[in-house]
Ligand binder design. Structure first.
Ligand SMILES: Cc1ncc(COP(=O)(O)O)c(C=O)c1O
Length: 462
């Protein structure tokens, strides 16, 4: 086939012609200009068009095949790898957009959540439908159904040690809505910058940037947020994941908790506690309680059903001191008219009947078993690597030996049909810590965890 392809080469460049062709094609693939599956001209044809020796093109194609950008099949010519999309060739792979079809998708979040408890939900939903009266078909109270706020008060007190009352709870459309409401409220309180953890959630960083609230990244180490760096930043509000830092998995130490409370008092500041996987704890030993209990007048505590039930429900909750809650409600009144009633009531019923606790116990027992399988697979297939943090949540952070090449491992894993994110994708600033992988495992069976890690191990180069 007489295919054409535009390639820019500069004859008097210090870079060899092979390297120029190679880099040009790589760039076109990364930017999505050369799409997956696109067939390239034969080496003879391209060499002729560029007026270079054929060996130059053969070598460039060969390198790109070795790096996983191209595939060469007998009789079918050379093509851009089919399961590699424009985003997946760089480690900073985000959730949105097209994702390649792979055998093991290890990205945390989204569709990789555990099985929804259909039977229990249906039972509670049916119960609600049968008993809901006319008032429940009216617009819901903006702060949420009183029944759910009562159930949440006792659930959060019992499980997370949160100090609150139904009057100080607001039901929201997931943590995303809580953050969306805080974006205009914080500047009204004289707070112009929000400190965030680094590494942290890339989607939240983007969300905050697009919402116009400037952020300052604060490093995280093995004790959690670096409070000295927070103090030095001059920020007066911070967003933290103290129980199970996202993504490193570390728990904020007792010393850091105290330091954070001192910081909040000294700067007259606010702490936004994102307890995104608060109910999911399967480490042996006591689970850390919410930070909110130590300084309820300075913390906006938020939780979500996204990890324990489903992100599709768009159900979350927050508790805040009364003046802050009022500000948030006033802001919300300009955005929507409350959270959908039947979902709120069904969740309240799930809590009231104890079915939610039973569901959490089941999730945690499965989580324990997957984490054991992960620890074992990492020991076996990624020697020198270590799973950080306690057994909790739906993901794990695998710290790699310092000599490991994170980007090459991510790209190599993809060639073996494993989609996994490197820690680079979660960093706001250039890295200082060791290379790592962030592995979402909630949707996998125990044997799947072992197999996926074995496939990653097969491309390790250390
Ligand atoms: C760090 C973090 N916070 C919060 C959430 C939940 O957000 P939402 O409740 O809007 O689904 C997630 C979910 O992936 C998360 O990873």
């Amino acid at each position: 086939m007489a295919l054409h392809m535009a390639v820019e080469v500069v004859r008097d460049s210090a870079d060899s012609l092979t390297s120029q062709i190679q880099e040009f094609i790589k760039k076109e693939i990364s930017e999505g200009i050369l799409r997956p599956g696109t067939r390239l001209p034969s080496s003879r044809r391209l060499a002729g068009d560029l007026d270079v020796s054929r060996s130059v093109v053969v070598e460039a194609y060969g390198q790109l095949v070795a790096e996983g950008y191209l595939e060469a099949a007998q009789g079918a010519g050379t093509r851009v790898v089919g399961h590699l999309d424009s985003a997946s060739v760089v480690p900073a792979l985000l959730d949105e957009g097209q994702v390649p079809q792979v055998r093991w998708d290890l990205r945390p979040g989204g569709s990789n959540t555990p099985a929804f408890p259909r039977r229990e939900w249906l039972r509670c939903y049916q119960q609600v439908l049968q008993t809901a009266d006319l008032s429940h078909h009216n617009y819901p109270p903006l702060a949420g159904e009183p029944t759910l706020r009562r159930e949440l008060t006792s659930y959060l007190g019992r499980l997370r040690g949160v100090r609150t009352s139904p009057e100080r709870i607001m039901v929201v459309g997931g943590f995303a809505q809580a953050l969306g409401l805080l974006c205009p409220v914080l500047p009204r309180l004289g707070i112009d910058t929000l400190a965030i953890e680094d590494p942290g959630h890339p989607g939240q960083r983007q969300f905050l940037r697009e919402s116009g609230l400037p952020t300052v990244p604060i490093p995280v180490d093995d004790e959690g947020l670096d409070v000295a760096a927070l103090t030095a930043s001059g920020a007066r509000a911070v967003l933290v994941t103290p129980a199970h830092q996202f993504p490193t998995g570390v728990t904020l130490s007792a010393e850091r908790r105290e330091a954070l409370a001192r910081w909040a008092r000294d700067v007259d500041g606010w702490v936004i506690e994102d307890d995104y996987d608060g109910g999911l704890w399967y480490e042996r030993g006591a689970r850390p309680l919410a930070l909110q209990r130590t300084m309820p007048d300075r913390v906006i505590y938020a939780g979500t059903a996204s990890k324990s039930l489903s992100p599709g429900l768009r159900l979350g909750w927050l508790t805040a001191p009364e003046p802050m809650l009022e500000q948030l409600l006033r802001t919300r009144a300009r955005h929507d008219l409350g959270t959908e009633t039947l979902t709120q009531l069904a969740f309240a019923e799930l809590l009231r009947t104890g079915l939610f606790d039973r569901h959490l116990r089941r999730l945690n027992s499965l989580g324990r078993s997957r984490r054991d399988a992960l620890d074992e697979a990492v020991r076996k297939h990624l020697p020198g690597a270590e799973v950080l943090g306690p057994g909790a949540g739906l993901h794990a952070y695998i710290q790699l030996p310092p000599r490991a090449d994170e980007g090459a491992l991510v790209a190599g894993a993809l060639r073996h049909s494993v989609l996994v994110r490197g820690a680079a994708a979660f960093h706001a600033r250039p890295r200082r810590d060791a290379p790592a992988l962030v592995v979402g495992h909630a949707h996998l069976p125990r044997s799947g965890v072992a197999e996926a890690i074995r496939a990653v191990g097969a491309v390790r180069r250390w």
